[in-house]
Write a protein that binds this ligand. Structure first.
Ligand code: SF4
Ligand code: SF4
Length: 475
């Protein structure tokens, strides 16, 4: 017997008589508030020649039931392998993200898409014919996997720039799911400029679940970061659109910050709090912008940028998404980890639901039955890689091409967490965001570590647990 490698703890209270400890096991997700004595018993488990009283043995039994005490380190490791295998092979849910277009009506500062130059003239848009083939392929996946639920997410570029495809896929796949007895949900990640009640009303009977809209800071900062061509601001129009649809479906607010914009977020939160739709927001969560780390590049090598036939960089998916998925820790700078914690606390202070900073993964890149479809029908392992043509893992028409098969093999062996030794956060982190690792470390299979962010999230979680006194108190 020994303590699990996935145990984490936060001491609570520092006055005599209040020396309790928050214990969490990241593998079983058990959370307990225990006395200092119980934490000491846990520390003694596994020590040579340790002796326990009958009461302490009972405590060890309870800890073992919750996964805090395991047979051996080997048992923990085997359970972890089994866990990632079951995440990978899980057939309970089929997830498909469709990029209706790579075109965008914004010219975001940090993004190579949008109305920069004549980008949109060349950016791909899904045709109705490709949409029909995508639906056929999705139906084949539904039949092959037999899931209980199907999650269809629309993304881009800006997905609302291709409404015919968006409506077609929603309607057809809703009917396909009805025929098969599968529960369907629609999600959308949009810049919000074209969001309207009409769109929401049309999608609502087809399983519309959630819409995520991005606001990059307070009005001035957002207008600087996410303008239209010509520099016109977009903040007021987006907020007005959110006002029209809040309450009709779950609306989340996301945002991308960097060192220059982070200080404007408290003002954004104050602004949102004052809105009549504040209590209808399902989630408010912000993340750092992913930036290539020049310093991480090997010396003596000239970094390659894929260039299209027109001499333009090949666009990836909208950078609004990269690193958000389930995880949102996608920058390897401690400064930004601290700022993420700061913004999470500011968000909680104003009463908005947000991510807890601990339950972040594994994200969909680790799931075999989660796919992203580009506008031309190319398949990708996750939305963050979509549009980067050489990372395509297949095609909806089943064509067999060596380069796609090679890419698929690269994604099949993504196990960055194997380099994480005994880190207690592996079950909820899985080695971090592979897109961020690819962009910043030039190797998608390296850990992109934000342990300090998890540790800070854990402290917040412990304080909330203590305040709610929800977890069982033993000892
Ligand atoms: S690898 Fe990164 S961008 Fe892709 S799903 Fe995971 S967290 Fe999201
Ligand atoms: S990337 Fe860092 S926090 Fe995540 S599992 Fe690895 S060592 Fe732990």
């Amino acid at each position: 017997m020994q303590p699990s490698m996935f145990n984490v703890r936060v001491p609570l209270g520092d006055r005599p008589g209040e020396q309790s400890v928050f214990l969490m096991n990241t593998f079983t997700d058990a959370q307990l508030i225990v006395s200092r004595d119980v934490a000491d018993v846990l520390d003694r488990v596994g020590q040579e020649h340790a002796r326990f009283s009958p009461e302490e043995r009972d405590v060890i039994g309870t800890l073992a039931e919750n996964g805090f005490v395991v047979e051996s380190r080997e048992a923990d490791r085997q359970a972890l392998e089994q866990f990632f295998h079951s995440v990978r092979e899980d057939r309970g849910q089929l997830r498909i993200t469709v990029l209706t277009t790579l075109q965008c009506n914004f010219a975001c500062d940090y993004c190579i898409q949008g109305d920069h130059g004549d980008y949109n003239k060349h950016a791909a848009k899904m045709s109705l014919e490709t949409a029909a083939r995508t639906a056929e392929w999705a139906e084949q996946r539904l039949d092959a996997i037999g899931p209980e639920s199907f999650v269809l997410t629309f993304f881009g570029g800006e997905p609302l720039l291709n409404l015919p495809v968006l409506f077609y896929l929603s309607q057809r796949l809703w009917e396909s799911c009805q025929q098969r007895g599968v529960r369907m949900q629609i999600n959308m990640i949009t810049n919000g400029l074209l969001l309207s009640s009409e769109i929401v009303d049309r999608l609502a009977p087809l399983g519309l679940n959630a819409i995520k809209v991005t606001l990059d800071g307070d009005r001035d900062t957002h207008n600087r970061m996410r303008p239209l061509r010509g520099g016109q601001g977009t903040f007021d129009r987006i907020v007005n659109n959110v006002r029209q649809v809040a309450g009709k479906c779950r609306i989340s607010i996301g945002g991308n910050f960097d060192e220059d914009s982070v200080e404007s977020y408290p003002a954004l939160l104050d602004f949102l709090r004052e809105q009549e739709f504040a209590d209808k927001l399902a989630k408010v969560a912000f993340k750092p912008i992913i930036k290539p780390l020049q310093a991480a590049k090997p010396k003596g090598l000239i970094p390659l940028t894929a260039i299209s036939a027109e001499g333009k960089p090949l666009g990836g998916a909208c950078m609004t998404s990269a690193g958000t998925g389930v995880s949102s820790v996608c920058d390897n700078c401690n400064f930004l980890d601290e700022k993420m914690t700061f913004l999470r606390d500011e968000t909680v202070k104003r009463g908005f639901p947000t991510v807890d900073g601990v339950h972040m993964g594994p994200c969909e890149i680790h799931k075999h039955h989660a796919h992203t479809v580009g506008p031309d029908g190319s398949l990708y392992a996750c939305p963050g890689f979509a549009g980067e043509a050489k990372e395509s893992t297949g095609h909806i028409d089943g064509r067999e091409e060596a380069w796609r098969q090679q890419a698929a093999r690269r994604f099949d062996v993504i196990t960055a967490w194997k380099e994480c030794d005994d880190c207690a956060f592996i079950p909820v982190c899985a080695g971090g965001c592979s897109v961020a690792a690819h962009t910043e470390l030039l190797d998608m299979n390296k850990p992109n570590c934000h342990k300090s962010s998890f540790e800070a999230g854990l402290i917040t979680l412990a304080r909330q647990a203590a305040a709610n006194a929800e977890p069982a108190l033993i000892g």
